[in-house]
Design a protein around this ligand. Structure first.
Ligand SMILES: NC(=O)C1=CN([C@@H]2O[C@H](COP(=O)(O)OP(=O)(O)OC[C@H]3O[C@@H](n4cnc5c(N)ncnc54)[C@H](O)[C@@H]3O)[C@@H](O)[C@H]2O)[C@@H](O)CC1
Ligand SMILES: [K+]
Length: 535
């Protein structure tokens, strides 16, 4: 599952991005390094443990002051092994450390067992039972709890230890020790960001939620998807000396400024002409928002194409954006004979009637860069295969979860089903399968937006951690996103690049505007974002 060098080189020109490794890919990276002979599993475990200690001390400098007290909860695998290393390193700093083990010490894997035995030369290990935790509940002065129960090896729900979660929650509320999770908060699936065995909405009430999560080598999809960000608190990735891995899934980061620059050809047609189709009078606001997004993202020209009877409404509301009255699908077909129209956007406010289906058919036959959103997707709920049969590789579909379920009901159902085994079916899995089925780029919206191409590449764009943008949950924001993608397609950006770039800019615009944001503000915030990028 490693991308080819050619593909990688192409991606590198478009984005800065970091690979996100699944549990299987992470294991493979570790195995490859060990097979190369340069490093042993014990070396990696030592580096992982040292990385957690360093990250915790960097996060909370007050922990450097005086002797502190820590509780380390170790699990039955190598995540627990990291825990024994951490206990030893904290002890070496003069800390008082209490260590609990979940499971049978005899059955620990070799590296974890080695570190268990080393710890036993220093201190004792208590079994992690309800009784032990009860006895410990009154312990004073615990400054740090280390969650080293389960990492990437979580295969089944972590249910029988409701007591642990309850205790941690109680400690967090009462004594307020900091909780640092090793690799992932235990119970969270590192591939999907889902807490196994829990209804999603209830999971966070009972889960181990960390204040800081320290992962190794590369972040994992689960740190960014679903409940990952809430569970992890804050994320730090520490280097454990493995070679940089490439993977088909990566984290979308800032687009390279050069790709958005207007330096070079100065003629407006050099930057493309985007067309946003609008619905009937009184329903044109969504199209106008999309058109504004297309214009601000740098399309040379933008036209709203609308029914003849909606021309007056649009003309009264638009200046820099042109209005073109269309006489149904024939009018659209005639308009698109002009090859200077380079990007299309259909869906926002378009309506769910048969006319929408016909407009989509006509637009797709013109084979331009085309964004299909909202009604242009929902219209095909009864027979998605009809839509899939018309799509081409210059298309981008931008469903939210409800629209996704209309087009890909089986995939949505898999995502909705309770996750009972790890690694669990993830939004990445769903979106990757959808893109393969549709034969074009699919951008599945959410705080964790997932963007998949039909060749299997997937970018996760998460408005989480330092890029949280809660104000983006506002009416019309999706219309602006569709318009921004359309504008980039019109400018000649490839579909995956356009979708990833727009997703990043959209969140950046929201963050730069801040509280009180409404959809109209998003396009207007783009100039500030561009200036910040040095454009
Ligand atoms: N892969 C790597 O490159 C490295 C891995 N390291 C650590 O190793 C971890 C992965 O170790 P493992 O693969 O041993 O996996 P884990 O330590 O995450 O857990 C695996 C063990 O837990 C059991 N288990 C899974 N779910 C359970 C449940 N719900 N209840 C009870 N038992 C359950 C499994 O049967 C297995 O015995 C990483 O998360 C990381 O912390 C680090 O030491 C550094 C290097
Ligand atoms: K953990």
């Amino acid at each position: 599952m490693i991308t080819s060098h050619t593909k990688e080189a192409k991606l590198n020109r478009s984005f800065s991005h970091a690979p996100l490794l699944t549990a299987t890919e992470m294991r493979a990276a570790e195995q490859a390094a060990m097979a190369g002979g340069g490093v042993t599993g014990l070396d990696l475990m030592e580096r992982a443990g040292a990385g957690v200690v360093a990250a915790a001390l960097a996060e909370w400098p007050d922990l450097e002051e005086g002797a502190q007290r820590a509780v380390v909860l170790c699990g039955p695998g190598n995540n627990g092994g990291d825990g024994f290393v951490i206990a030893r390193l904290l002890h070496a700093r003069g800390w008082r450390v209490d260590v609990f083990l979940l499971g049978d010490a005899e059955r620990l894997p070799p590296d974890a067992r080695h570190n268990f035995l080393r710890w036993q030369e220093i201190g004792q290990v208590d079994p992690l039972t309800d009784d032990a935790l009860d006895r410990f509940a009154g312990a004073e002065g615990v400054a740090l709890v280390v969650d080293a129960l389960f990492g990437t090896g979580l295969t089944r729900p972590f249910l029988d230890l409701g007591a642990v979660r309850g205790r941690l929650a109680a400690w967090q509320a009462a004594a307020q020790p900091r909780i640092v999770a090793v690799d992932v908060p235990s119970g969270l699936c590192s591939d999907s960001g889902r807490y196994l065995g829990h209804d999603d909405s209830a999971a966070l009430d009972t889960a181990i939620k960390a204040d800081l999560t320290v992962s190794f080598h590369s972040a994992k999809p689960g740190h960014y998807l679903a409940q990952g960000p809430e569970g992890c608190g804050k994320l730090v990735v520490c280097d454990i000396g493995l070679d940089r891995a490439e993977a088909p899934t990566w984290l979308a980061q800032a687009p390279l400024a050069g790709r958005l620059s207007k330096a070079g050809p100065s003629h407006k047609y050099a930057h493309g002409h985007a067309v946003v189709l609008s619905g009937p009078p009184g329903k044109g606001g969504a199209a106008r928002l999309a058109a504004r997004g297309a214009l601000r993202v740098g399309a040379g020209l933008v036209t709203v194409g609308c029914p003849l009877r909606a021309v007056a409404e649009h003309a009264g509301r638009l200046d820099a954006i042109m209005v073109h009255g269309l006489d149904g699908t024939a009018g659209l077909a005639e308009m698109l004979e002009d090859m200077r129209y380079t990007g299309l956007c259909l869906g926002p406010g378009l309506g769910l009637g048969p006319a929408t289906g016909e407009l989509v058919r006509t637009a797709l036959a013109a084979r331009r860069g085309t964004v299909l959103d909202a009604d242009a997707l929902s219209r095909f709920q009864r027979d998605p295969a009809v839509l899939f049969g018309m799509l081409h590789e210059a298309c981008v579909l931008t469903p939210h979860m409800g629209e996704f379920a209309r087009l890909f009901p089986d995939l949505a159902e898999q995502l909705r089903a309770e996750a009972t085994r790890g690694p669990a079916f993830s939004k990445v899995d769903a979106c990757r399968a959808a893109a393969a089925r549709a034969g074009c780029v699919v951008l599945l919206k959410g705080r964790d937006t997932v963007i998949a191409a039909p060749d299997g590449q997937v970018a996760i764009h998460a408005a989480a951690y330092e890029r949280a943008a809660p104000w983006l949950a506002t009416a019309g924001a999706g219309d602006v996103l569709a318009g921004m993608i359309c504008g980039l397609l019109a400018r000649g950006v490839d579909p995956l690049g356009a979708a990833v770039t727009a997703a990043w800019l959209h969140v950046e615009a929201a963050r730069s505007y801040g509280p009180g944001l409404i959809a109209e503000d998003l396009p207007e915030a783009l100039p500030r974002v561009f200036r910040g990028m040095g454009l």
